[in-house]
Design a protein around this ligand. Structure first.
Ligand code: AP5
Length: 217
């Protein structure tokens, strides 16, 4: 099954996608993670992406589409994938459709992760991310067992540079202006389902995901 995760920055797309990855054995492909890996390695793509990410604006569509279409050609995507953070504009969504059409496939399900801007801003300021494996925590609502240390791999947890108040404000503005139109785009295709990004327990989250996935099958 080919799935995309939609929603505001910090709504909980990555957290839900990682549960789905484990349960359904699908690759979890985050455009933000790919950009950050390039920034870490100081590639040309990373240098370009950094100039946009630091301001809370979007990396240009053509660069992003090429990067993501390349990633989707890898073997692990043959039986489906979970796209997290891509597409983020109508141009990207059209570019993705075009690429999938060429291989006679399509998006089966678009999952909108809901949350309001105030809750989200609070969340992002408390988020901590593992610099090695990418696991995500929150200092209050999802703390690691040992402060500042990843439960999964033992590496150090960091506070993302774009998780500061000013950049969060700009990321939310970008979301409302450029990404929100995708809700109607996928709703009109009849494949949109919503889930709250503020479900408390892991069990409830898995239950909600199961209900959505059974719709897509
Ligand atoms: P990206 O990395 O995609 O960031 P984002 O969309 O802003 O989303 P986040 O990863 O910040 O949040 P999330 O919804 O995954 O929330 P999470 O699960 O972590 O993009 C970064 C930048 O890259 C963009 O600004 C842009 O510049 C660029 N970019 C990326 N894709 C692009 C594209 N397609 N086109 C152009 N540019 C692009 O959860 C947030 C927090 O809440 C965590 O602390 C988590 O522990 C906590 N939490 C989550 N769920 C729960 C829960 N149920 N209960 C308690 N706590 C929870």
């Amino acid at each position: 099954m080919n799935i995309i995760m939609l929603g505001a920055p910090g709504a909980g797309k990555g957290t839900i996608a990682s549960q789905m990855k484990e349960k359904y054995n699908l690759p979890h492909i985050s455009s933000g993670d790919i950009f950050r890996a390039n920034i870490k390695e100081n590639t040309e793509l990373g240098k370009l992406a950094k100039s946009y990410i630091d301001k809370g604006t979007l990396v240009p569509d053509d660069v992003t589409i090429n990067m993501m279409v390349d990633r989707l050609c890898k073997d692990d995507c043959k039986n489906g994938f979970i796209l997290d953070g891509f597409p983020r504009t109508i141009v990207q969504a059209d570019g993705l459709n075009e690429a999938l059409n060429k291989s006679n496939t399509k998006i089966d399900l678009a999952i909108l992760v809901e949350g309001d801007d105030d809750q989200i801003a609070e969340r992002l300021s408390g988020r901590r991310v593992c610099e090695k494996c990418g696991a995500t925590y929150h200092i209050v609502s999802m703390p690691p067992k040992v402060d500042g240390v990843c439960d999964k791999c033992g590496a150090t947890l960091i506070h993302r540079k774009d998780d500061t108040a000013d950049v969060i404000k700009d990321r939310l503005k970008t979301y409302h202006e450029q990404t929100k139109p995708l809700i109607d785009y996928y709703n009109e295709k009849g494949i949109l389902k919503t889930i709250s990004g503020f479900i408390k327990s892991k069990e409830e989250m898995i239950d909600a995901i199961d209900k959505i996935i059974s719709f897509g099958n």
